[in-house]
Design a protein around this ligand. Sequence first.
Ligand SMILES: [Cu+2]
Length: 208
Amino acid sequence: MTKTPFRTLLALSTAVLALSGCSSLQDGMGAMKDGMGAMKHRMMGDGSSATATLDATKGNTAKGTVTFKQHGKHVMVHARISGLKPFGEHGFHVHEKGDCSSGDGMGTGGHFNPTAKPHGPQDGDHHAGDLPALKADASGSADVRFHLEGVTLGDGGPTDLSGKGLIVHVGPDDYKTQPTGNSGARIACGVIEPTKPAAAAKSGQHVH
Ligand SMILES: [Cu+2]
């Protein structure tokens, strides 16, 4: 009876030692992971940017400029588009090919979908190229900012948006119909062209 508490204490302290050893190992792993994360962000092209100039497809009026900037894990997007239907909602996607030469936007192919996900809204499973729909004001313009997760800019990896097509559709995206969202014809088309590589952005050097 007198020996049991001691043995219990011994067992407990061994367990505590094992636990503390484990947790400091986890801290170490965590710190290493953070370091790797920071390194990965640099490699992922943090600070790199790109611009797409959207031109109206045949018979349409929508046009504008969309800028992209990698910021940590996110790609920040600023879209300024005019010539939309007043108060209209328009499907808006990154498509897989940067080719607007056909004049109807069809040369851009389907939605950019490197991770083989279904088409959907930002808060659910979605194509890497699925974007929030554009909502036009009374004058048919939209000026919106949003950020994307799960895509990169300028790293040359599978989810890199650089060089891809950008499409505005005539109608709203239902975020359900596979694989397109059923937003109809392509009324504006552009190519996401890199404007600033990550290295130049990081070093602060001017590129002439
Ligand atoms: Cu589309």
